[in-house]
Design a protein around this ligand. Structure first.
Ligand SMILES: [Zn+2]
Length: 425
């Protein structure tokens, strides 16, 4: 193993912190999707002098893209002196809303006791900074490397990735003939390899009724009571059935190894009035009730069976409950993704963690999803993992932070991975 590279990365500690601080100070809040152009230009300005060819790509026409909030992405590509594989580090540049409860400036990027604080420090500007430092150190150490190093900064991961990785994948940027190994430095931990994620299915279910005067409900048909029957059936049948299913995928935390469903919202009857409204409700039987479900399914279940199970319960009510009628509208779907432990990127990062940290990695899978889904489904590239610094539980929290040590360890593992993939054996 090249200790020279690890030493070189050590020397870049202050540079890495300063880079992260700069990134945090560009508030790329999503929604609405602010400052994407600014952060891409910042990255281009940094990477161009290091020999990267930088392309700024706007996801025109993608959901959320507008002239006010354009979805800008950057792909920085540095070719080696000889042909070889392309190793791609993909980080999303967007961060979620600040929320309440901060004791620090969310965009101040304060450094204190080896931690950098700020929105996006952990998810995932810390990972982006670590991957840039790893790549820069590798290139300085090995100017004669084989293949290609690519770094992308992409928009909108927090809102589905359609203006970011999905768009780039549609354009062929993640075609396996172009890119062979993808590492997404999401905050899964410096000693963990994340192989993939569960699937998701979001849908709105509406029960229908008939409006009538509230003093004579028997003249109408109450959509809320019909929805109560739906929820009751879910409690009796669906939730116990889901709780009995476990995935073989190493999903963390443990509770997410089961199949799960959240009832995201419920609305029926008259719309809610603002808190300062002083009028009284009128008396009506609701003719519509809607819920939004957030169903996270296991790779073993599959999307078709997941949908069929819910439709079957609704059809059962339609056949047995007088007056029951419903409609179901899909909002979004995400297929599960799971990279094999034998995939080259997995065995490489496994070896790098072993070399750098002196331990075997912990294999994990994510309870939610991240941009791997687009690289898998649209890009058709299976050799992809998430590996990066930070504690996932810090993501989206007040006083979000990342430790510099964690970033250092991850940068070394990423640098070591580049050596394993792009230097002659
Ligand atoms: Zn993230």
């Amino acid at each position: 193993m090249s200790f020279a590279l690890l030493h070189r990365i050590e020397l870049k500690r202050d540079d890495m912190v300063a880079l992260l601080q700069d990134l945090i100070r560009i508030p790329t809040l999503n929604p609405p999707g602010e400052n994407y152009r600014e952060i891409c230009e910042y990255l281009a300005k940094r990477l161009k002098p290091k020999g990267f060819d930088c392309q700024l790509i706007r996801a025109e026409g993608a959901p959320g893209d507008s002239d006010t909030y354009p979805r800008w992405n950057i792909i920085a590509r540095r070719e080696g002196t000889r042909p070889g594989d392309c190793v791609h580090f993909n980080s999303h540049t967007d961060v979620v809303e600040v929320g309440q409860g901060w004791t620090r400036d969310p965009f101040g990027a304060e450094l204190e006791d080896g931690r950098v604080y700020g929105r996006g420090a952990c998810d995932m500007k810390g990972g982006l900074a670590a991957s840039i430092i790893a790549a820069e150190a590798f290139l300085e150490q090995n100017p004669d490397f084989h293949g290609v190093v690519e770094i992308s900064g992409t928009a909108d991961e927090e809102s589905g990735g359609y203006g970011g990785v999905a768009y780039l994948a549609e354009k062929g940027f993640f075609d396996p003939s172009r890119v062979q190994h993808v590492i997404i430095p999401e905050p899964l931990g410096h000693d963990c390899i994340c192989l993939g994620h569960r699937g998701g299915w979001w849908a709105e279910i509406e029960t229908k009724g008939e409006i009538a005067h509230g003093c004579m409900p028997f003249l109408g048909d109450c959509a809320v009571r019909h929805m109560a029957a739906v929820l009751d059936l879910f409690e009796q049948k669906l939730f116990p059935a889901m709780a009995a299913r476990y995935t073989e995928m190493p999903v963390i935390p443990e509770g997410a190894r089961q199949s799960t469903m959240n009832i995201n919202s419920i609305h029926g009857g008259q719309p809610e009035q603002p808190a300062d409204y002083t009028g009284l409700p009128s008396h009506c039987v609701p003719d519509s009730c809607r819920i939004v479900i957030d169903r996270r399914f296991l790779i073993e279940e599959g999307l078709d069976a997941t949908q069929a199970e819910i439709v079957e319960l609704l059809e059962h009510l339609k056949a047995t409950r007088p007056g029951f009628d419903y409609s179901l509208r899909e909002i979004n779907r995400v297929i599960p993704s799971m990279t094999a432990k034998t995939a080259p990127v997995v065995t490489t990062v496994h070896g790098a963690i072993h070399d750098v940290l002196g331990q075997d990695p912990i294999y994990v899978a994510s309870p939610g999803s991240y941009d791997q889904k687009h690289i898998d489904r649209i890009g058709k590239l299976k050799n992809c993992i998430a590996y990066g610094p930070g504690d996932l539980e810090m993501a989206h929290k007040p006083d979000e932070f990342i430790t510099v040590d964690d970033m250092m360890d991850s940068a070394k593992v990423m640098g070591r991975s580049l050596e394993k993939l792009l230097l002659p054996k």
